[in-house]
Design a protein around this ligand. Sequence first.
Ligand code: NAI
Length: 257
Amino acid sequence: MTDNIDFSGRSALVTGAASGIGAACARFLAAQNISRLILVDHDQTGLDALQLNCPVERYNADVSDESFWLAMDEQLASLDHMVVNAGIGGGGELADISLEEWRRVTSVNLDGAFLTLRTGLRAMKKSGGGMRGGSAVVVASITGVKPVAGIGPYGVAKAGVAHMARIAAAENAAHGIRVNAIAPGGVDTAIWESSDNFVQSVAAIGRAETLKAMAATTPRGRFATPDELAGEIGFLLSDLAANTTGTVHISDGGYSF
Ligand code: NAI
């Protein structure tokens, strides 16, 4: 019997790989014998800190920069898997936020995800994704499924990328390429540091208590770890999920019941 979670002989592109869920995905794929990892992040220090036991190419780039992806189109002659993951937080009610803030969040979380997916799909098609079982996972959010007040541009962008994954699945099934989205609930990563409320709460009661309080509305009672998310993303990428495409997989500890 073949080991369907083994990625040897395969290549994968991961964005937002310097931290949190993206770094955990890079570690997961390296542990599953991936033969080529292409990591993209605008945090060079974080990228360099990743110690991975596999061939790695590290790119310091902004995922919303189209010129970077056009250059990658030239370079990437083949690709088997991708995790469209880089993202930023953003708060504020729709009635209050500026167009500038809207564009700051959507340029990374929506435009950046589109540019990543476009380049990845082009490279997968070049390598004839079908025979090699190409697959992509787009990291959306439960806030793109369930409306949550106060994070308008973030939630809209995440709903957009989830639907983008489903459209990409419909467009590429005939090429043997699977595309799924994952919609996490709270995950314990650095993304929360960009929230003023989070930072204030950490200063007042500490990080552990802050996360515990935030998880009070989640039946599981706690945030997920990046490694837990990486396991589910790895499953969706792998041949174990060969029959799964066009789904938005919810991984939220029951938050959206
Ligand atoms: P994180 O902050 O730990 O990691 C995000 C990574 O993306 C960082 O390394 C950052 O440098 C990189 N990044 C941000 N903007 C970039 C840009 N313009 N170009 C290149 N790299 C960029 O956060 P986390 O939680 O690991 O986030 C990963 C994804 O998971 C994001 O798309 C986020 O929206 C999503 N997510 C996170 C949740 C959470 O509770 N942490 C919940 C639901 C979704």
